[in-house]
Write a protein that binds this ligand. Sequence first.
Ligand code: SF4
Length: 451
Amino acid sequence: MKALIEKYNTPVPRYTSYPTVPNWKPETFTKQDYLERLEQGFAQANADGISVYVHLPFCESLCTYCGCNTRITINHKVEEPYANAVIKEWGLMTSHFTEKPRVREIHLGGGTPTFFSPANLKMLVEGLLENADIPADASFSFEAHPANTTQEHLDVLRSLGFDRLSLGIQDFDPKVQKAINRRQSVEDVNRVMKGAKQAGYRSVNFDLVYGLPFQTMEGVQDAVEKVIELRPDRIAFYSYAHVPWMHPGQRAYSEADLPSPELKLALFTMGRQMLLDAGYVAIGFDHFALKTDSLYQAYAAGTMHRNFMGFSDLRTDYLIGLGVSSISDIHNGFGQNIKAVEPYIEKVNNGIIPIFKGHLHSERDSYIRDKILDLTCKHVASWKDDSLENREYMNSCLPRLEELVNDGLVIIGDEEVRVTEKGRVFVRHICAAFDADMHGVETKQRFAQGV
Ligand code: SF4
């Protein structure tokens, strides 16, 4: 496995969307066409319920490795106007809904959602849910910083229907934490984890990162051992992407402080093996779940879904993104909000939907999107019942799989491909063979390394 991971450690999209964001065609996008599509498809999407993502960008200090859209401030007066703007934006969107939304999923991401006081989070969520139906299987989640998540946060969000949370851990090594300017103790994590379970949350996720400055084999081994002891239901074990020209905070350390590519690979393979040995099941490339967790159960049942929030155990066709930089996915179109806080609030207060770019899917885009979703979530894609034109397209992509077939990662059948057990880690490379935008383009600068 180590040799294969080394071999396929090449730039490849994460396929949280298709087309991937760098391949959108903003020149053919208009907000009006996008909203027309949203209205046309709403009733059908709403039958299964929709998802809502809310971006809460504020953080009290900058973690130097951060790649998110953030606003650093210690002024908590920003909370209320921002929350009110998000509620107003939701109102602008719902005016294009053709019936009352059934909100099956909410995710609060950031930034640091727990920057907001429990009272302001309550005001925000109640404002969103005021004119919505909540199906019985709805699941709400939020990202939590272990250092500032209080029991009150946990209790208030639980009372609003939140049942999952994700804790950013990254690493426990004090030298690494100092370099990335993010300090949280095992005690903090333990406190939030215990509090969440007592409050009735059904699933806790930990985010870990490998490839951070000053990470060592011993340090990552120690962090993963501590994580295994705390036993979260899910773990995302992400690769650090060093792109200081995009995120200048990463200039706080130099490239010489980062693990070499060989060490980074060794950190991943060691951490991965430790998690597998501890009873976690690998889902996709960098996610792990206990068999008792609903993500594993959806994965095993072939009902798992993937969208801009990553893997999900609920399948919805509409994801409405609210707040700065959020992306909405309406199945045959994407729309992204402007990224700066003040212009966002101003636009929304003036009754303008703050989308600044997007993509409208062609029929071929939608077709490929469905096949890529089948590959990432079900590990099989078939086209024998599809139109002649689409079958010809899929068959024309097969020669690109030759090396993956020779390495035992994928099996080509009668107008279908099946990802092998060993190939699941490399599913993104298999998807790339069918990605119409990937061929003839220079991928190196545009997508992160596989590891
Ligand atoms: S990593 Fe998270 S908490 Fe840190 S600056 Fe980025 S968004 Fe904020």
